[in-house]
Ligand binder design. Structure first.
Ligand SMILES: C[S@@+](CC[C@H](N)C(=O)[O-])C[C@H]1O[C@@H](n2cnc3c(N)ncnc32)[C@H](O)[C@@H]1O
Length: 260
């Protein structure tokens, strides 16, 4: 049975609206529903339900990467949401062993997910043009324990990627169409290009550039997710949802046939 170790991040789940991600240390954790002595949780199995000083029941859960990114990453840029990360991973097939270049790193949210999935022998090369953002991203990513699979670089990616024969290039920056030629140079044949953009005019310019460079299988999608309120006889979608994040453009690198 997996137990809580000292220094582990743990998710204290109260209800569907409230959960707290804390480190299992000697400190006392205070909430509006009473306090918990965290050191008493060390050595206890995950999944255990414990009572606070005021009798509120918390469940000790092992956090997922999504919990860690959404609750512990300092976000100083817009980040890619898990719903869009899901499409990026499934449409590209990014998985163990992939060599992926990403730009810009921003707060490091997407970098974390990419690194998680390219393990144990893949690598993420993360490019960011702003030193302050890169420093923050490094601090965020250190919390995930995934830094062995990440190389962060301070560079304007319009000057080009340092790598070649990449399996995938993933862009989340304002002018992806300017990076299409650089992505073409860095990708291996049949490699995957992905770009995330919040506006349609960015999508049009990116797709035009991809067509000019001979990319094929160019596909643009948007992912909308609705959460549901489930109560027997009254089940319906939640009133509020994330209405818009951005559009995803996917494409594959092709090369000219030299002989017929
Ligand atoms: C929206 S943020 C990326 C957020 C990131 N995907 C995440 O999930 O945390 C866009 C980032 O692109 C960076 N950026 C913009 N132009 C760039 C360029 N030419 N080369 C590298 N980074 C660039 C910005 O500084 C910014 O940090």
């Amino acid at each position: 049975m997996e137990t809580v170790r000292k220094g582990d991040y743990i998710l204290l789940y109260l209800d569907s609206k409230r959960s707290f991600l804390v480190k299992a240390t000697d400190r006392v954790f205070h909430t509006h529903r009473g306090y918990l002595r965290l050191k008493e949780l060390i050595g206890k199995p995950y999944g255990l339900r414990v009572k606070s000083s005021l009798g509120a029941e918390f469940t000790v859960l092992k956090p997922t990467l999504k919990d860690l990114v959404l609750k512990r990453f300092r976000r100083i840029t817009q980040i890619i949401y898990p719903k869009d990360v899901g499409l990026i991973l499934t449409y590209t097939g990014i998985g163990p062993g992939f060599r992926v270049a990403e730009a810009g790193v921003g707060s490091g949210a997407l970098t974390a997910f990419l690194a998680y999935y390219v393990r144990p022998d893949g690598r993420v090369y993360g490019y960011e043009v702003r030193q302050d953002f890169l420093k923050n991203a490094r601090r965020n990513l250190a919390k995930t324990g995934l830094m062995d699979f990440i190389e962060l670089k301070l560079k304007d990616v319009r000057e080009g990627f340092d790598e070649s024969e990449l399996d995938a290039v993933v862009l989340d920056l304002p002018t992806p169409w300017e990076v299409v030629p650089r992505a073409y140079e860095a990708l291996k044949n049949s490699g995957v290009f992905v770009s995330f953009s919040p506006t349609i005019n960015q999508v049009e310019k990116t797709v035009e550039a991809l067509r000019r460079w001979g990319f094929v299988s160019v596909e643009t999608v948007e992912c909308l997710v609705r959460n549901f309120k489930v109560k027997t006889g009254e089940t319906r979608p939640e009133t509020v949802m994330i209405g818009h994040t951005g559009y995803l453009v996917f494409a594959r690198k092709s090369m000219l046939e030299l002989e017929v």
